[in-house]
Design a protein around this ligand. Sequence first.
Ligand SMILES: NC(=O)c1ccc[n+]([C@@H]2O[C@H](COP(=O)([O-])OP(=O)(O)OC[C@H]3O[C@@H](n4cnc5c(N)ncnc54)[C@H](O)[C@@H]3O)[C@@H](O)[C@H]2O)c1
Length: 418
Amino acid sequence: MEYRVKDIRLAPKGRMMIEWAKRHMPVLEEIRKEFSRSKPLKGLRIGAALHTEAKTAVLILTLKMGGAEVAVTSCNPLSTRDEVAAALAKEGVRVYAWRGESERDYYTNLRRVLNMEPDILIDDGADLVSEAHHIPRIVERVIGACEETTTGVNRLRIMESRGELKFPVIAVNDSPAKRFFDNRFGTAESTLQALMGLTNTLIAGKNVVVVGYGFVGRGIASRAKGMGAIVTVVETDPIKALEASMEGFKVTTMTEAAKYGDIFITATGSFHVIREEHMKLMHDGAILCNSGHFDVEIDVETLSRISTRRKRVLEDVEEFELKDGKRLYLLTEGRLVNLAGKRSLGHPMEIMDMSFSLQALGVEYLAKHGRRMEAKVHEVPDTIDRRVAELKLRALGIKLERQTAEQREYLKSWERGT
Ligand SMILES: NC(=O)c1ccc[n+]([C@@H]2O[C@H](COP(=O)([O-])OP(=O)(O)OC[C@H]3O[C@@H](n4cnc5c(N)ncnc54)[C@H](O)[C@@H]3O)[C@@H](O)[C@H]2O)c1
């Protein structure tokens, strides 16, 4: 089987990392067992662009167990774990991913995945789907795709609104069983873990500025507060800004927050939310990092241009010295900090158990129904969402209260209010 990885000899270490993750992903394990019996993906080729790390490997091997042939590349040039990539290659997966690949290699690797002529795509950020749309024979062939993140779903909705989306896509991101846990609790823990792991900085007592109070920002703000940080939220949406304020956060503009923030974390999915005018107001030693999907939330190019010196001071920390002698510290080149750092662990395994179970069942659904689905962005079917949540509860040993027949009747009626 063809592969391009950094060093195939890293496979035994990668295998250990995958085994550890597998042990903590019980829902996916249930699905894996079922797939091994029913082989719902037999004869299908699946192309994936996902952060190539241990939890992803558990998903990829589950799909393989379901009978699919799989090719995988990373959806970010810095998020591949080379050990895991090597272990997957050893398992007979076509892997085209290594940490630190150039932008050119990144796009070549997406093309390599598409060259296997996949039937179904799994994407994180919509780069793979967008590349597929440039190759007519692939567009013709693809049954459908599943999309993992907010930024990807936003891009796909724009494609749909312009009549440019040519096959159905399931918005795994938008399912409650994903967004309420992965985006919120997963990104919160992994972002703070990465921030601490890459810098060894103290969070308690620091002024932490969270830019964007959506699912991701909400989680980060709440966990940073729990660790003793004084949290400020910057938002453009009036409802979210109010929610943040009533949650007890200071809410203000980026210009105001720039003056006193010690640590800035962006999570908007937007462009240049931290710009030159903000950087100039920041104090010496301020730390900047991003948890949004693309590396465009912090204007790194301008930061570099207005600096007299740019120097790597730790593996994933760069120091920018401005003309007045002030130093700002940027983590992981402005790429998503919770996955792009050498010591960033990504979301906890138990969280990805849910997100990737949704992916596996989404792929199975496309295999069954995709050919009859419209070329638009679809929600995850409610039955899949509930099944994943129920399996997770069972795995956690949590029991659900059941409605009585009388309650069901009452809730279905409108006649009596009392
Ligand atoms: N790092 C990860 O592992 C990870 C995980 C999940 C999602 N994401 C990414 O994180 C980003 C946010 O995802 P989400 O699910 O929270 O999206 P969301 O749409 O729920 O939230 C984004 C928030 O940012 C706000 N916003 C937009 N522009 C802003 C600006 N200029 N200043 C301040 N606030 C602004 C919006 O009003 C919104 O409330 C996306 O790019 C998503 O793909 C990353």
